[in-house]
Design a protein around this ligand. Structure first.
Ligand SMILES: Nc1ncnc2c1ncn2[C@@H]1O[C@H](COP(=O)(O)OP(=O)(O)OP(=O)(O)O)[C@@H](O)[C@H]1O
Length: 271
């Protein structure tokens, strides 16, 4: 069988989708081994799935995300994305952080085009302006192309940051508490936006969050992490229909998932 045929057979054999990201035995120590941040993480992210990790403060969630992004090297273990080891920043990875970090001297559209400008130069960024405007349109920021970040609300700035993440057409999205600085209403709205974007693009996404309802709302799979050194202590598949809606936040089935994760965190993740 050819490798393409083998791949197709493997996908057919597993209805959950093609493995995109694979972490095997990933551990991370800082300070010459004095701080053990992560311990033997195994993780497979499948194409088109949304996964979250939740755990106590300082358990190693951001470290895990940075290792996946190629920004930090693991002490042990391997990280493979689309069959190739992750050894540094990659074009096919999109990232979003708690703060939008837009440059105040650049307009909204210029901020969105920055990754293309840095990567491919000014001419390429100029040529991509139409695509950037299209993205702004899809997140409800039509008409804000030429305003400066100080004129955007927190939610609008994060929507611009989503566009900046998507403009290079990444195949995976790594999200480090992207909406935690927003108020609850704006956060619910942004989570619905994020879900829509991921479903439309069949994106593979991985989210770090402190919010149990947010993890349940967005995810197909939630990984519960122990306190440092972080290990996965439970993997919970969220079997709720998509698209998920705000009404589902008060659904008993939703509440059961939230309670299950909360009790797991109470029971062991903090010790
Ligand atoms: N560059 C570093 N050098 C030394 N120690 C570090 C470094 N980065 C993180 N740590 C330590 O590693 C542990 C895990 O940190 P990390 O930021 O990954 O946790 P986290 O789960 O994301 O925390 P939080 O939920 O509070 O954001 C912490 O004890 C932290 O102090």
């Amino acid at each position: 069988m050819t490798s393409a045929a083998q791949k197709a057979a493997a996908v057919q054999a597993d209805p959950r989708g093609r493995p995109v990201y694979q972490l095997r035995g990933v551990s991370k120590h800082y300070a010459h081994g004095h701080i053990k941040a992560l311990d033997t993480i195994d993780l497979t992210l499948r194409e088109g799935t949304f996964s979250s990790v939740i755990g106590p403060s300082g358990c190693g969630k951001s470290t895990l995300l940075k290792i996946m992004a190629g920004l930090v090297s693991p002490t042990r273990g391997s990280v493979v994305l689309e069959g190739k080891p992750v050894t540094g920043a990659r074009r096919d990875i999109g990232m979003m952080f708690q703060q939008a970090t837009l440059f105040p001297w650049r307009t909204t559209v210029e901020n969105i085009l920055l990754p293309i400008e840095v990567r491919d130069g000014r001419a390429a960024a100029k040529a991509a302006r139409g695509a950037a405007e299209e993205l702004l349109n899809t997140v409800g920021l039509k008409g804000f192309e030429d305003v400066y970040p100080t004129q955007l609300s927190g939610g609008m700035a994060q929507r611009a940051a989503i566009c900046r993440m998507l403009v290079t057409k990444p195949s995976v999205l790594l999200l480090d508490e992207p909406f935690s600085a927003l108020d609850e209403l704006a956060r619910d709205f942004m989570n619905i936006e994020l879900q829509r974007i991921c479903l439309e693009r069949n994106a593979t996404a991985f989210l770090v969050t402190h919010s149990i309802p947010e993890a349940v709302f967005l995810s197909d799979i939630v990984y519960v992490m122990s306190s440092r050194p972080g290990q996965f202590v439970e993997t919970i598949e969220i079997d709720l229909p998509r698209p998920r809606t705000v009404e589902m936040l008060v659904d008993p089935a939703f509440g059961q998932y939230v309670n299950r994760i909360r009790s797991r965190l109470d029971k062991g993740a903090f010790v």
